[in-house]
Design a protein around this ligand. Structure first.
Ligand SMILES: [Mg+2]
Length: 296
C-alpha cells in the first residue's frame, strides 16, 4: 500500500514537471514571434519613409527623377521657396531671355540687393574680366587695336544710387538719376578697373561709348579720372540725333565710325546686351552682370 502511494506521487510529480517545461517553451516561442513581428514593422516603416523621401524630391518643380544623389537646392524635400524663382529670373535677364522689363520684380528686391552688395556680384564680374584678359593675351597687339567700354555698371558703379532706389525695383526716375550723375562720385567697378589697367599696359587704345548725353560729358570725364580711368582715346556720349533710337543702333553706328577711323576693335564689354549686339561689335564681346535694369 505504501509502495502504491509512493508510485502515485512519483508519477504525478513527473507529470507536473513536464507541464511546467512545456509551458516555459511555449512562452519563449511567443516572445520570439513578437520580437520578429516588431522588427518587421520597423523595417517596413523605414522602407516607407525612404520611398516617400525619394518621391517628394523636386515634386514642386515638376522634377521626379534623380540625376545625382544630392537633394535639390531648395526647401526641405524640394519644396518651393521664393528666392529660387528670383535666381531664375536673374538668370533669364543675364541670358537675354527676359527682355524689356521696366523694373525688378518686387519680391526679388532682397535677393537682387543681396547679390549686388554681397560677394557674388564681384565674383561674377571678376570671372568676366578675367576671361576678357585671357582672350587679349592670345592676341598680337598692334597700335590701332582698341577696346570698347560702356560706362554705367561697366566702368562706373551706380550702386550707391540704386541702393536708395530699390535696386531697380522703383521705376526709373531720370531727374533723380541725373542728379546722382552730376555729383560725379560714382566709384569704379573694381574688376573692370583692373582689366582697364591691364589693357592700357598692353598698349591697347581705350574707347568709352556711353548712353549718357553730351551735357554729362565733362562730369563723366571727371568722374572717370577720379575713379582711376586716367586715359582714353575716345569718350563718346549720345548725340541728340539718336533720341528715339535704340542703344543697339547708336552704339553700332559709333563703333562703325571708330573702325572707319582706322581702329581695330578687338573687344567690347558692357552690362547690357545692347552694348554688345549689332554691328562692329569687335573680336569678342563680354557681358557683365546687371539685374537692375534693361536698355534696348
Ligand atoms: Mg551700362
Amino acid at each position: 500500500m505504501i509502495l502504491f502511494q509512493f508510485l502515485k506521487y512519483f508519477i504525478l510529480y513527473g507529470a507536473s514537471k513536464v507541464e511546467v517545461t512545456l509551458y516555459k517553451e511555449e512562452k519563449q516561442e511567443e516572445a520570439a514571434k513578437v520580437t520578429v513581428v516588431r522588427k518587421m514593422k520597423v523595417f517596413v516603416l523605414f522602407v516607407a519613409i525612404a520611398v516617400a523621401a525619394w518621391q517628394c524630391q523636386g515634386d514642386d518643380h515638376g522634377v521626379n527623377f534623380q540625376v545625382f544623389p544630392l537633394r535639390m537646392k531648395s526647401g526641405l524635400g524640394g519644396h518651393y521657396i521664393p528666392e529660387i524663382s528670383c535666381q531664375s529670373w536673374m538668370l533669364g535677364v543675364e541670358a537675354h531671355n527676359i527682355i524689356g522689363f521696366s523694373s525688378v520684380p518686387k519680391d526679388c528686391v532682397g535677393y537682387i540687393g543681396n547679390y549686388l552688395v554681397g560677394d557674388q556680384y564681384r565674383s561674377d564680374s571678376k570671372t568676366v574680366c578675367r576671361e576678357a584678359y585671357f582672350y587679349v593675351k592670345t592676341l598680337n597687339i598692334s597700335s590701332k587695336d582698341a577696346w570698347v567700354f560702356d560706362i554705367d555698371e561697366t566702368t562706373l558703379c551706380n550702386l550707391p544710387y540704386y541702393a536708395d532706389h530699390g535696386f531697380g525695383a522703383e521705376p526709373y526716375n531720370s531727374t533723380a538719376f541725373d542728379e546722382w550723375v552730376f555729383r560725379g562720385v560714382a566709384p569704379p567697378l573694381p574688376e573692370s578697373l583692373k582689366l582697364y589697367r591691364k589693357l592700357v599696359s598692353l598698349g591697347i587704345k581705350i574707347v568709352f561709348i556711353t548712353g549718357r548725353p553730351l551735357s554729362q560729358l565733362d562730369v563723366t570725364a571727371s568722374n572717370l579720372k577720379k575713379a582711376g580711368y586716367y586715359k582714353w582715346d575716345k569718350l563718346i556720349t549720345k548725340d541728340p540725333s539718336y533720341n528715339g533710337k535704340t542703344a543697339v543702333t547708336y552704339k553700332s553706328n559709333e563703333r562703325r565710325k571708330i573702325e572707319e577711323q582706322g581702329y581695330n576693335i578687338i573687344g567690347n564689354i558692357g552690362d547690357q546686351w545692347s552694348d554688345i549686339l549689332g554691328t562692329n561689335v569687335g573680336g569678342r564681346t563680354f557681358k557683365l552682370p546687371d539685374p537692375m535694369y534693361y536698355i534696348s
